[in-house]
Design a protein around this ligand. Sequence first.
Ligand SMILES: Cc1cc2nc3c(=O)[nH]c(=O)nc-3n(C[C@H](O)[C@H](O)[C@H](O)COP(=O)(O)OP(=O)(O)OC[C@H]3O[C@@H](n4cnc5c(N)ncnc54)[C@H](O)[C@@H]3O)c2cc1C
Length: 674
Amino acid sequence: MQQCYTASPEGFVSDDSESSQAKTERDRALGMDAKITRRDFLNGVALAVGSAMIPSEMWAAAAADLGAQDVAGYYPPAKTGLRGSHPGSFETMHKVRDGAFWEDAPKAVDTGESYDLVIVGGGISGLAAAHYFRKAAGDKARILILENHDDFGGHAKRNEFRTGSRTILGFGGTYSIESPAPYSAVAKALIEELGIDVPSYPKYFNKDLYRSLGLKPRIFFDKETFGTDKLVLNAVHTGGDESATNDEAGEAGLHEFLKEAPLSAKAKEDFQRLRMEKKDYFPGLSSDEKKARLARMSYAKYLTDTVGVSGEIVKLLQAFPHPLFGVGVDAVAAQDAWGMELPGFNGLKLDPTPSRGMNRDTIRNDEADKYFFHFPDGNATIARLLVRRLIPAAIPGSSLADVVLAKADYSKLDAPSNSTRIRLNSTVVKVNHRGDPTSAKEVEISYFTEKKLKTVRAANCILACWHVVIPYIAQELPDAQKEALASAQKVPLLYNNVLVRNWSAFQKLGASAIHAPGMYHTSVNLDLPVSIGGYECTKKPDEPIMVHMMKAACKPGRPAREQHKLGRIQLYTTTFETYERNIREQLLRMLGPGGFDPARDILEITVNRWPHGYAYQYNSLFDEFWLEGGETPCQVARKPFGRLAIANSDADAYSYTDCAIDQAYRAVEELKKN
Ligand SMILES: Cc1cc2nc3c(=O)[nH]c(=O)nc-3n(C[C@H](O)[C@H](O)[C@H](O)COP(=O)(O)OP(=O)(O)OC[C@H]3O[C@@H](n4cnc5c(N)ncnc54)[C@H](O)[C@@H]3O)c2cc1C
């Protein structure tokens, strides 16, 4: 089959020398015409990221396409196609950002509704804030949660697929209960109150399934980056990976890797040296002095300038930090690479105590490492358990066991009789006190939904939305606070779920997880085999399974925040057709030798696009204050103001569920002082 498309981290680029007939044939072979659900705004016309550039009838159409949550059949988890920040969720807010919303906004309609608390954002932080407020103010407290997406949970999103009589679950965002630091007493208490017994996780996890079938983590070398397409044992980064066994981590693994890897003799020698050598590259310096140096140089620079390895090794290691940082080794400090247990630090004799300037993701903690729980839909289960507490009629059942397969009834979320209501597809565009913020008794909240601008009032308001949004909607805030809020650039990510007919190609190739440093998606994993609450994971290679494909959208060589901004634009402007082709091409290239046929074997695709993904965590290469100490931007950003309090994981610059919970708790405590 003619290839026609060349791989790059930007995606598969069409080779112009190929005829359009060859490309059509290639697309047919990839299954681009296969009958799967495709959901894209305006049939795949590329979206301009600034909505000022999108004609207003287009964004209105996108917003109106969402449907009403109380209509029968409204069930967003089962939607496939373009999800995450889906069409219709972001256009209004982008118009506000561009100053284009208010000029043609419809006249506001006063709903006459009044609440004790309105929460902007229905992610885990917003849902947890409602939970804590109810605890403080009683079950009858009237709470409204306004959320711009068509589903609740924020990043903690559930994807459902149907195949035959089976439902297969996937995580559209937040993967698991885990955090580099131990959960706080507050966050742990909530997890327990929701009925999640974290230490019981091994009961549900079929840890040995893939190993028992001979499947191991592999690394895919691609032709464009390394000269040939080849799948090799992943013996590169085993540090910090608890699931790594001696197969990969031991000498035999290294030997196999070096024998198979399509690297030059010099690069192989370099890699062996990097893994085995015990040389002190900074003789005469104390551990603290060495760490201070490492904190200010990228790992890429450390590798080439200090250790002196070839560029091939940098390419090999480039994407290993993607899952945590959303950027590669060019934008990760060498001190953080040491924290991540990447190779090259054996001889430095660094004091293992964490040091100033380390990214919070690279400080290891034994207690935290053991606190892990993965549900088949990730932490969407936490969101669903919170919703069940707040609105019991919306999610049937009463235990952890019955929540996994329970079908949410979206028509109950905003029922007028509820004390807590969740209103979806509603973008908050303005929040302001009615009168002087220091003495006002009420806040007015304006939101845009179904082409209408509406207002509600509340005695209190918690902004549990992304911090970059807040300066546009809460204009009363002091300028210094708005500046701090605006600095919370989110990390753009793609979490794609692909339902495949079977995984016999993975089995033939002996791969359970594939790291692909030069490809569009840098990791491709078989679903984590977890059976819980009547949900059974796939156990046989001839059965359908969910394959998870991750991409961190970044532009190596630039400061991290700039990379995130460019990545965000890339994600917003990529059409579903391109995402789909990238998925199909990559699976064919990696799994074709094992018999995988994308046209035959791909059953469904859900692209979970998160241009505003992880909270930005401070990085010693770009955030001098992080090395110096003192007040951080997130501490300035989260200060309460009148009847407004600020939550979200941005409020502590820490991209984990426990942070979303802790910040919700703090915000409610602050409001209690009013
Ligand atoms: C792909 C991905 C994977 C992750 N994996 C993990 C993991 O495995 N474990 C972990 O602990 N953490 C993980 N995280 C981080 C974790 O998801 C978050 O820290 C946490 O869920 C954030 O919750 P939140 O409520 O603070 O924010 P969000 O989930 O972002 O919720 C905020 C909500 O506010 C909404 N909003 C924004 N503006 C407006 C507006 N104007 N009007 C109305 N609503 C608005 C947003 O659309 C969003 O739904 C992951 C994050 C991502 C993106």
